[in-house]
Design a protein around this ligand. Structure first.
Ligand SMILES: [Zn+2]
Ligand SMILES: [Zn+2]
Length: 147
């Protein structure tokens, strides 16, 4: 199962912390990089279990549901072929209606690029966080002010 998450013009992908619900963005390169194992939320500074946005989770659930309905329908069709003509009738019925799988659209979030010198990597965070301080998403270091 594959879900396409579009990157913005700068190559950043929108993430959402499941602990505080805040959005931030990391580059596709960093997310796919092998040495990035853990991600700290720049807002709350904690390591969330996942950073999927609600859109992505919703689409994933729909995909799973559609796939399992497909499997069930195919199984029913098999039964239909097996049993019909043996004095039994078995109808699979109509093919189940699929749930619409809307592609993820890049939501416009007013986020600004912040360079984290400690890791030499960039993230997009809320402008207010650049003022009051944020955590480096790559190592968890706390940044006070616009260092
Ligand atoms: Zn958070
Ligand atoms: Zn860092």
């Amino acid at each position: 199962m594959e879900i396409q998450i579009p990157a913005d013009n700068d190559g950043f992908i929108l993430l959402q912390c499941s602990l505080c619900g805040e959005f931030f963005k990391l580059t596709v390169d960093d997310i796919e990089s092998d040495d990035l194992i853990e991600i700290w939320c720049p807002t709350c500074g904690l390591k969330s279990e996942d950073y999927l946005t609600e859109d992505v989770i919703e689409l994933a659930l729909k995909k799973v549901e559609n796939a399992s309905m497909d499997m069930l329908f195919k199984e029913m069709k098999k039964w239909e072929r097996k049993f019909n003509g043996n004095g039994m009738e078995f109808k699979a019925g109509k093919k189940p209606k699929k749930k619409k799988e809307d592609p993820i659209i890049s939501v416009i979030q007013a986020l600004e690029i912040k360079k984290y010198e400690c890791c030499k990597r960039e993230a997009k965070i809320k402008p207010i966080l650049k003022l009051i301080g944020s955590y480096c998403p790559f190592c968890g270091v706390n940044y006070y002010g616009n260092k």
